[in-house]
Design a protein around this ligand. Structure first.
Ligand code: SAH
Ligand code: SF4
Ligand code: F3S
Length: 475
C-alpha cells in the first residue's frame, strides 16, 4: 500500500461520474486510491483542490456533457490556479492525444486501464507538473488485479458493484466500448473472491458482478473451462452475502451452465439483463450482434423455463442506419414476444470511430432525429404496457425485499428490490436504521409498470419465491 503523502493530506477531491455502473465502480476505486494518498472527498466542486471527471462516450450526449464540465472547471481554474483537473474514463481514453490542447487547464488524463497509475499522476501534478498522461491500453491483467490492496470508497454500504471483466471483444458496429475499454480481460477469481469476502465482513449484503459482457467471464483465461457459472458457485458460499446479481449478459455467452447456476444457487437472484438491441434479423446483422431474433427468443424461453419467476430486462436502440418502419415494428413486437419486464431504450447516436458511424458520415441510411424520437416514444409505450402486465400479478402477493433505504419519491417510505429486481416501495412502522440491509416481507397493495407499493409484513411467515424488477443496465 502506498503511504499517504504529507503534501496531499488535507486536500480534497470532487469526483463527477458519468456513464455505466462500471464507471461508478471505477470512480469508487479511484477515490479509494486517493484516500490512501491522504485526500478527503468533497461533494462541492468549489471546495475541491482536485476536480476529477470519469467520462462516458457511449452516445454524443454523454461525451458533450464531459466536455461541458471540463470547460466550466477550466474557467474556475483561471480564478483558482492551484486547482488540478483530472479526466478519466472512456472519453479520456479516446481523446488522450487532443485533450490538453482542446481544454487548457486539464492536468491529468487517465485511461480506462490505468486506474492504478492515478496516485503517481496526482503526486506529480501537485508537485507542479502538468499534461500528465497514462493511457496505455491492452494490459495483460485487469485494472482490478493491479489494485487488490485498495478499498474502493463506496457510497452505499449494503449493495456493492464488483467488476469482474473489463473490455469487450464483440465490436458491434455502433459501439465504442471495444475501443474505449479495449479487449476483454477477466479478473482473477482469487481477487474477486477475496474482495467479496471483505465486503461480507464490512456488512454488505448484495453484490452485483459487472462486465460489458459479464457472461464472457473467463473466456480469456488459459483454462477456458472456468466461467461465470463457476464463479457464481464460489461466491454463493461466502457467508454474509445474501444476494448475488450480474450484468450485462450477451446473448451469445449466456449458456446453459450459467442459466442452471442462476436456478440452482440460492443467493443468485432471478434476474437476467440481456439486451436484444433490435427485433429484426437484417438490423441485427448490420449491428453485428451475431444472433437472429429467433435465437434470442429461444434463449429467453430457456431462461424462463429453467428459472421460475425470472425477471428479464434488456436494451434497445432505435433509428439504427437503414432501419425501416417494418424493421422497427419487429423491435416493438419483440417486447411482448420476449415478455420483457423492463428495458432501456436509446436513439442511435453515431460514433465516429465505429463502422456504423462511418455509414452515417457518408449519409447512408441516416434516420432523421424526429423519426428516432417518434420511434422511441412508440417503443417506450410498448415497454411500459408490457411491464404493467408483468407487474399486475404481484397485487396481493407477499414479496421478499432487501431494504436499501428511504424511497426517493416519498421520504416516509422505504425502498428495496425483490429477488427478480423489481422496485418495491413500502410503508412500515419500524425505523429505517433497523431495516436497512435486512430482508423483509412486503404485502403488495398497488402495482405500477416499473415498481410496486406495499406494507411491511411484521409477522414471520412463509414467503413465496419473490416475483418482481426495474432495469439494471450498464447505462
Ligand atoms: N455490452 C452490452 C451493452 C453495453 S453499452 C451489450 O452488448 O448489450 C449499453 C447500451 O448502450 C447498449 O446496450 C446499447 O443499447 C446502447 N448503445 C451503445 N452504443 C450506442 C449508440 N451508438 N447509440 C445509441 N445507443 C447505444
Ligand atoms: Fe461489446 Fe456490448 Fe458494445 Fe456490443 S454493445 S461492442 S457487446 S459492449
Ligand atoms: Fe460509457 Fe464507457 Fe461505460 S462508454 S457506458 S462509461 S464502458
Amino acid at each position: 500500500m502506498m503511504p499517504a503523502s504529507p503534501h496531499l493530506a488535507n486536500k480534497k477531491v470532487y469526483m463527477e461520474t458519468l456513464g455505466c455502473q462500471m464507471n461508478v465502480n471505477d470512480s469508487e476505486l479511484m477515490l479509494g486510491l486517493l484516500e490512501q494518498q491522504g485526500f478527503g472527498v468533497t461533494y462541492d466542486p468549489r471546495q475541491a483542490d482536485l476536480l476529477m471527471i470519469n467520462t462516458c462516450q457511449i452516445r454524443q450526449h454523454a461525451e458533450d456533457k464531459a466536455f461541458s464540465y471540463l470547460g466550466r472547471w477550466a474557467a474556475l481554474k483561471r480564478q483558482r490556479p492551484y486547482i488540478k483537473i483530472a479526466m478519466a474514463g472512456c472519453v479520456a481514453q479516446q481523446a488522450k492525444d487532443t485533450v490538453f490542447k482542446r481544454i487548457p487547464g486539464v492536468d491529468m488524463v487517465l485511461g480506462t486501464q490505468n486506474l492504478h497509475d492515478l496516485p503517481d499522476l496526482v503526486s506529480k501534478a501537485f508537485a507542479g507538473q502538468t499534461h500528465l498522461l497514462a493511457a496505455d491500453k491492452q494490459k495483460r491483467y485487469s485494472t482490478y488485479d493491479h489494485t487488490v490492496d485498495v478499498t474502493p470508497r463506496r457510497e452505499n454500504d449494503i449493495s456493492a458493484w464488483v467488476t469482474i471483466i473489463e473490455g469487450c471483444d464483440y465490436f458491434c458496429t455502433y459501439c465504442v466500448v471495444p475501443y474505449t475499454r479495449g479487449r476483454q480481460i477477466s479478473r482473477r477469481p482469487k481477487s474477486i473472491i477475496e474482495e467479496v469476502k471483505d465486503l461480507a465482513q464490512f456488512g454488505f449484503k448484495e453484490i452485483t458482478l459487472l462486465g460489458q459482457t459479464v457472461d464472457s467471464y473467463g473466456k480469456d483465461f488459459d483454462d477456458p473451462t472456468y466461467g461465470l457459472a463457476n464463479l457464481l458457485e464460489a461466491l454463493n458460499e461466502i457467508d454474509g452475502i445474501e444476494r448475488i446479481r450480474f450484468t450485462t449478459s450477451h446473448p451469445l455467452d449466456l449458456n446453459t451452465p450459467i442459466i442452471q447456476a442462476v436456478a440452482a444457487l440460492p443467493k443468485v437472484m432471478e434476474h437476467i439483463h440481456i439486451p436484444m438491441q433490435a427485433g429484426d434479423d437484417v438490423v441485427l446483422e448490420r449491428m453485428k450482434r451475431g444472433y437472429t431474433a429467433q435465437q434470442y427468443y429461444h434463449l429467453v424461453d430457456e431462461i424462463r423455463d429453467t428459472i421460475p419467476n425470472v425477471g428479464v430486462t434488456g436494451d434497445y436502440i432505435v433509428g439504427f442506419p437503414g432501419e425501416s418502419d417494418a424493421q422497427f415494428q419487429r423491435t416493438v413486437d419483440s417486447v411482448s414476444r420476449a415478455q420483457k419486464d423492463a428495458a432501456n431504450t436509446a436513439a442511435y447516436s453515431p460514433r465516429k470511430q465505429t463502422p456504423a458511424g462511418i455509414w452515417e458520415e457518408r449519409n447512408e441510411g441516416v434516420i432523421p432525429d424526429e423519426v428516432k424520437r417518434e420511434r422511441l416514444q412508440i417503443l417506450n409505450a410498448a415497454i411500459t404496457e408490457q411491464a404493467r402486465k408483468k407487474m399486475a400479478p404481484y397485487l396481493g402477493q407477499t414479496v421478499q425485499v432487501l431494504v436499501e433505504g428511504q424511497s426517493r419519491r416519498n421520504a416516509e417510505r422505504l425502498t428495496g428490490r425483490t429477488r427478480n429486481n423489481k422496485v418495491v416501495n413500502f410503508d412500515t412502522t419500524v425505523p429505517e436504521h433497523e431495516l436497512v440491509g435486512q430482508l423483509v416481507n412486503v404485502a403488495v397493495t398497488e402495482t405500477l409498470p416499473f415498481s410496486m407499493l406495499g406494507k411491511h409484513v411484521l409477522a414471520a411467515g412463509s414467503v413465496p419465491p419473490a416475483l418482481a424488477g426495474a432495469p439494471v443496465a450498464l447505462v
